[in-house]
Design a protein around this ligand. Structure first.
Ligand code: MN
Ligand code: MN
Length: 318
């Protein structure tokens, strides 16, 4: 697949055509890509409000607002990497969460083996577990996790595979290195303290919103980079990390969160890490009548795409 040129972006009206992530067009073979944009329409792990299964389609739609050249860095990810929409993970057993996770894992294994780096739109946060299973084939990976919640609970309502548990399972399965994991934006009352406790006791660095406000974005970036180091690192962005004033269309909104500009600056701060992929999860279109949450999700995907493209191009010597 050829890279998409600026002329192609400029010559097509952004409202026209079939919606794909960032108007890149649809590709079926991950071997043709450096970075694969993937939808994961699954919300069987959502404990409260659902609707995240509709996230990929709405993020695709709102991502038509995204233009290629970054206004701060002047980087054009589409110029340095082969990037396209690889479609949605086929979920054939949506009423079976663990079966769906198996399907998601198999899809990402193929992407990983083909040498493409995945950037995904969920879906609820439980999808990050099968993605990490496919990515961490050699050794446990590091994680930048931006979220209101630690998602390190042991179980919810009798299930161990929900959107509140993926990173605890990932540590237990030996695919996530808790000492190279940083959780940013944590807040909101809980029924019990076990998730917070697990994160701290396993060695994760947890930056609650209060500390975030006190340190400011730049110092948080420095602290986070100190945790991940230069080993392989995945980035997972839960849209509920943002204040619901900016992103109301999500399952578990928590007030007192990040602003959109803080989140954008934060993501830019991870430029140069050994990034192996990322996701934006928990956008729930049924709770997003204005479409703004999907636009914010698409924009965070674009910020991630820019830092991923730099890393991937550097790694491949493009
Ligand atoms: Mn989450
Ligand atoms: Mn959350």
């Amino acid at each position: 697949m050829a890279k998409k040129s600026n002329d192609e972006f400029k010559s097509t009206p952004r409202y026209a055509g079939i919606a794909t992530f960032m108007s890149t067009g649809l590709v079926h073979d991950p071997a043709e890509l450096d970075i694969a944009l993937i939808g994961v329409p699954f919300d069987g792990g959502a404990e409260n409000r659902s609707g995240q299964r509709h996230g990929p389609r709405e993020i695709r739609n709102m991502s038509s607002f995204i233009r290629p050249i970054h206004h701060v860095t002047r980087l054009n990810p589409f110029e340095i990497c082969r990037i396209a929409d690889l479609g949605d993970v086929p979920i054939t057993s949506p009423f079976d969460p663990e079966g769906s996770h198996t399907e998601i894992g198999e899809f990402y294994r193929e992407v990983h083996e083909a040498g493409a780096v995945p950037l995904s739109a969920g879906g609820d946060h439980s999808i990050s577990l099968p993605i990490l299973r496919a990515m961490a084939t050699d050794k446990p990976v590091g994680l930048v996790h931006i979220d209101a919640h630690t998602d390190t609970g042991d179980e919810e309502l009798g299930s161990r595979f929900t959107h509140g548990t993926p990173f605890r399972r990932a540590v237990e399965e030996g695919i996530l290195d808790p000492k190279r994991t940083v959780q940013i934006g944590i807040r909101g009352a809980q029924n019990c303290e076990e998730g917070w406790d697990f994160s701290l006791e396993s060695g994760m660095r947890v930056i609650y919103m209060e500390e975030f406000s006190k340190l400011g974005v730049e110092e948080v970036i420095t602290a986070a980079r100190g945790v991940t180091g230069d080993g392989p690192t995945y980035v997972s962005f839960d849209i509920d990390s943002l204040d619901p004033a900016f992103a109301p269309g999500t399952g578990t909104p928590e007030v007192g969160g990040l602003t959109t500009i803080e989140a954008q600056q934060l993501l830019r701060g991870f430029s140069g890490l050994d990034l192996i992929g990322g996701d934006v999860v928990e956008v729930s279109p049924p709770f997003d009548p204005s479409g703004n949450t999907a636009l914010v999700g698409a924009t965070m995907m674009y910020e991630m795409l820019c830092i991923l493209a730099e890393t991937v191009a550097g790694r491949k010597g493009i």
